[in-house]
Write a protein that binds this ligand. Structure first.
Ligand SMILES: Nc1ncnc2c1ncn2[C@@H]1O[C@H](COP(=O)(O)OP(=O)(O)OP(=O)(O)O)[C@@H](O)[C@H]1O
Ligand SMILES: [Mg+2]
Length: 485
């Protein structure tokens, strides 16, 4: 602030303080019966002298100190609009995709800017009240109260409180969408914590049948733009996807591709860390819209059918009668330390609670779809069932393009034929296609894949052959570094 302006403000401040002091003394002399009337006239007089309205927006609201959405929106809005006019700004350097972008976060405390909206002048100020404390701390005091103050002439009350503030909120939303950085959340029993989501998978790099891929992408686009449609049919704006298939077929990769495609945050829900159904509900309420809630390996997270436990018990106590289901539940709780039940999960996925927030996708993954309870995967809960299976020729072509940058090669037909006859996951194909040294050629990688496919084919033929009675059903064939032994 220039020197003469500073002096003017100081003088005005002390003048106002003197007036206030005289006013307080005067009010003491006025009989109490007349005080209300005097106050009314004083208010009218001060409004005449100072015809401005001030609105404050505090950082925290409510008894439980919830961060005010209005404050956050104004902060975002002012971060864009104050950078031109304010002289003191708080800045932060943010890393986006390996490049550092200097991002001005907001106006510094006690800074003011002037804005013009539809020819009307208004003032924004950013302030902080620090309670007086005798102890010294280098950390930010939790009692600090920050707020923005908006000042404008009372003549424009309607325009500012309705049109302008709506404009601020809408613009803040647009800025947030533009600068959005995805987050990956993980849970304890009651809380979410997050890190930045930086998985590079996209639908372009996802290896699968192109027609199926296009179908999934269309489904997602339809969901994203379906707000009014879901409202019209009276359905909560959410969609469930069940991804199933053997390990290494791209279920987790597809979730990452979905998040990048939709620009949604990911909530990776670890059910075993959740104490009970009410904590599960609390976690769900605290997820934001535009998000994907993921439960990986759902069959391992909960005893969803009772069959797994039954099996274990059978192993433990051969021949003993099965206990009643209530007793079973109690035992399960003790063993896993979580009281989340199937019905609790069903309610969260498609019950009254599932409608909170809207615009959410829920994804379950499993290697054993047949083990899941029918109620859990019925349409409405898991609307779209997607099987991710062994690598087909089309999927191989995507991987070859990703890993080796080749779209055609004389070895492709041979690989295509082998893939038709052999069950091998995209993860194994990817591993074999990845060059193992800087100067490894395309030919070498493709030959290595062919060799791997031939060995896998021989092994699979052996397993399926009737004379190979020595290999019992379900026996694990040990693989090391992508090569079957
Ligand atoms: N369809 C695919 N497209 C591209 N890459 C894939 C695909 N499937 C697997 N991969 C590669 O293999 C690795 C393992 O895949 P991913 O973790 O997605 O498998 P998954 O199906 O989730 O396995 P699990 O059932 O064990 O969790 C990934 O890092 C990815 O690079
Ligand atoms: Mg996975």
């Amino acid at each position: 602030m220039p020197n003469n302006t500073y002096q003017t403000w100081t003088q005005t401040g002390s003048f106002m303080a003197s007036i206030m002091f005289i006013y307080a003394m005067f009010m003491r002399l006025v009989p109490s019966t007349l005080q209300t009337r005097v106050r009314r006239y004083t208010n009218k007089f001060t409004t005449f002298l100072y015809p401005y309205i001030r609105i404050t927006f505090h950082e925290f609201t409510g008894e439980r100190l919830i961060k005010s959405e209005a404050y956050a929106a104004i902060q975002t809005y002012l971060s864009e609009h104050s950078s031109q006019s304010a002289t003191r700004l708080k800045g932060e350097v943010v890393k986006v995709k390996d490049t550092y972008n200097p991002v001005v976060l907001s106006m510094d405390e006690n800074e003011e800017i002037v804005e013009e909206f539809q020819g009307v002048k208004l003032w924004w100020g950013s302030y902080k009240i620090t309670p007086k404390t005798h102890s010294f701390s280098v950390f930010r005091s939790s009692d600090e109260k920050r707020f923005y103050k908006l000042t404008f002439h009372k003549r424009h009350r309607g325009l500012i409180t309705e049109t302008y503030l709506r404009h601020v909120l809408e613009e803040a939303k647009a800025i947030e969408t533009k600068n959005r950085k995805l987050k990956l959340y993980t849970n304890s029993s009651t809380r979410w914590s997050h890190v930045g989501f930086e998985h590079p998978a996209t639908f372009e790099t996802l290896a699968m049948n192109p027609k199926e891929k296009e179908g999934i992408m269309n489904d997602l686009v339809k969901f994203k733009s379906g707000k009014s449609y879901y409202a019209k049919i009276g359905k909560a704006w959410k969609r469930g996807y069940l991804l199933y298939g053997p390990p290494g077929t791209g279920k987790s990769t597809m979730i990452a591709a979905m998040a990048n495609f939709m620009n949604y945050d990911v909530y990776d829900l670890e059910l075993t860390a959740v104490k009970d159904n009410s904590d599960l509900r609390r976690l769900l309420i605290n997820t934001s819209s535009k998000s994907i809630i993921v439960i990986e390996d759902i069959d391992c997270s909960l005893d969803l059918t009772g069959q797994r436990k039954k099996k274990k018990k059978k192993e433990k106590v051969e021949g003993r009668e099965r206990k009643s289901s209530d007793e079973d539940d109690d035992d399960d709780d003790e063993e896993r330390g979580s009281k989340v039940t199937l019905s609790g999960l069903l309610n969260v996925v498609d019950g009254i609670w599932s409608a909170c927030g809207g615009e959410r996708i829920m994804v379950f993954t499993t290697n054993f779809v047949e083990k899941l309870d029918a109620a859990l995967i019925r349409r409405g809960r898991m609307d779209k069932h997607i099987e991710l299976s062994y690598c087909c020729y089309e999927a191989f072509k995507v991987l070859a393009k990703n890993y080796l940058d080749v779209e055609s090669h004389h070895l492709f037909p041979r690989i295509g034929k082998l893939l038709e006859e052999t069950k091998i996951t995209p993860a194994d194909v990817a591993e074999n296609l990845m060059p193992k040294s800087v100067d490894e050629e395309v030919d070498t990688c493709l030959h290595s894949l062919i060799q791997f496919l031939e060995i896998a084919q021989r092994k699979q033929k052996q397993v399926n052959a009737p004379e190979s009675k020595d290999i019992k059903h379900g026996e694990v064939v040990v693989e090391e570094n992508g090569v079957i032994n």
